[in-house]
Write a protein that binds this ligand. Structure first.
Ligand code: G6P
Ligand code: MN
Length: 441
């Protein structure tokens, strides 16, 4: 049994790991992690060695007694862990390229967390996470499972429904990023800003915005009506919102809402990148190769700034703040993916939602939201139903459920296209979809 906090990070060879390690180093005084176990699979061995050695140099430079362990043995890492963080990508970036390119080939949006691409990422990921949760039941039953692997909403839904492990939290950097950007646009310190976030992962709305407790929602909507002042992420084209739409919506949309309210423009933009071979997945693959080049430099002992070109920049703030708040029972408010438990009326009690939570050593407690405005409740419910059917499809390997998940998704406009995309994706990803019995198709 280790003295102090033990974290096991699955997918430890990820290019994001230096950011995570930086987050732990920054918080070492309040959140003393004694052992960080970076775990990966055989295929990720080289990346794990490169990024793991950088992590060791970072810790050495910071002069803190945090041990970094690199291993391909997941069980050894999970044993007696206090927190298990998951950031792996099943099928690596080549699978993401297929998630993005195959739907676009049929003229529909290809994205890693929305639509057909998001569905297939979920189908590959959910069984692996359920296996990890099961192992946790034996090796570290009291540990928190903190998942960053996308699609975080669908994955959290599946873990809550099918894993039997109670301590599950889904994390995304989007609420943190939106808060930072809005604070900047309003020219106030982030601590003075409060946003009432509610919805689902990558489909979360800011229902209200406060500075020092006073609502500034109208001012925020006015600011966001300026085409140069948009909320976005590195991986989403910052196509400006129609000011009249923002006024009519009356709440703050998140960057990913563009997929639903600007489907046509996003699709056009994606088709352009498809043709030139520069889909986001392809851009990221290049970026990753560059990052790993840098990480190999024995003189590098900090997180290189190039990592901020990734959409997940600052995710470690979300993850490390969460773990520290649980450890220190801080009682602060964080936006997390948790079991709804009645926080949002009209969403099943047992489903995952992304809402503000009070975080103590008991874990996150969602704050009651009540009913969502009728103008947004339908989309949230539709995507929630999509995630539920998708999670069931991932667990059962059912062709019918997968086809229905696709046909329920607003980004898939035809049953015929859905079937074609489905068949091609099942074939393309079959190595990572053992639960689907190809014989029965
Ligand atoms: C956003 C999301 C993350 C996602 C990332 C993709 O920030 O919140 O969940 O992983 O973008 O970024 P990438 O650089 O991989 O396209
Ligand atoms: Mn995210």
């Amino acid at each position: 049994m280790c003295q102090g906090v033990k974290i096991a990070t699955i997918g430890g060879g990820s290019s994001y790991t230096p950011e995570f390690v930086e987050g732990l180093i920054k918080r070492y005084d309040e959140f003393p992690v004694r052992e960080l176990w970076l775990v990966d699979i055989e295929d990720g061995k080289d990346k794990l060695a490169i990024v793991g050695n950088l992590a060791k140099r970072m810790v050495e430079k910071a002069k803190i007694p945090m041990e970094i362990h690199l291993t391909l043995n997941r069980q050894e890492a999970l044993k007696d862990a206090d927190f298990v963080t998951t950031q792996m990508r099943v099928g690596l970036l080549d699978a993401r390229i297929k998630d993005e390119r195959i739907p676009l080939q049929y003229g529909i949006i290809g994205q890693e967390t929305n639509g057909a691409g998001g569905l297939f990422k979920g189908l590959r990921t959910i069984p692996v996470l359920l296996e990890i949760a099961k192992e946790m039941g034996e090796l570290c039953p009291r540990a928190w499972l903190i998942n960053f692997t996308n699609p975080a909403g669908m994955v959290t839904e599946a873990l809550l429904r099918y894993s039997g492990h109670e301590k599950i939290i889904g994390v995304c950097n989007l609420p943190v990023n939106v808060k930072m950007t809005l604070a900047n646009l309003l020219q106030v310190e982030t601590e003075r800003l409060h946003i009432t976030f509610a919805g689902l992962n990558h489909l979360v709305y800011g229902l209200d915005v406060f500075v020092d407790g006073e609502s500034v929602l109208e001012e925020v909507i006015d600011i966001l009506s300026d085409p140069d002042k948009q909320l976005s992420m590195q991986n989403i084209a910052p196509i400006p919102w129609e000011p009249a739409f923002l006024q009519a919506l009356g709440v703050v949309p998140c960057p990913y809402h563009r997929y639903y309210y600007k489907t046509k423009e996003i699709l056009e933009e994606e088709l352009e990148s498809f043709k030139s071979g520069t889909t986001r997945a392809e851009v990221v693959k290049k970026l990753e190769a560059e990052l790993f080049e840098l990480y190999q430099d024995p003189d590098l002992a900090i997180k290189p700034p190039q990592l901020e070109k990734r959409g997940g920049a600052y995710y470690s703030d979300a993850a490390c703040n969460l773990m520290s708040s649980i450890y220190n029972s801080k009682g602060d408010i964080q936006t997390l993916n948790v079991r709804n438990n009645g926080a949002i009326t009209g969403i099943p009690l047992e489903s995952a939602v992304e809402v503000n939570c009070i975080v103590t050593k008991e874990g996150p407690q969602p704050l009651a939201v009540g009913e969502l405005p009728v103008s947004i409740a339908g989309l949230v419910q539709q995507i929630k139903s999509f995630e539920r059917v998708a999670a069931e499809a991932a667990v059962t390997g059912s062709y019918d459920k997968t086809l229905m998940a696709l046909c329920m998704n607003p980004l898939v406009p035809s049953d015929r296209i859905a079937k074609k995309v489905l068949d091609e994706m099942l074939e393309a990803h079959k190595e990572y979809l053992p639960q689907f019995n190809r014989e029965s198709i």
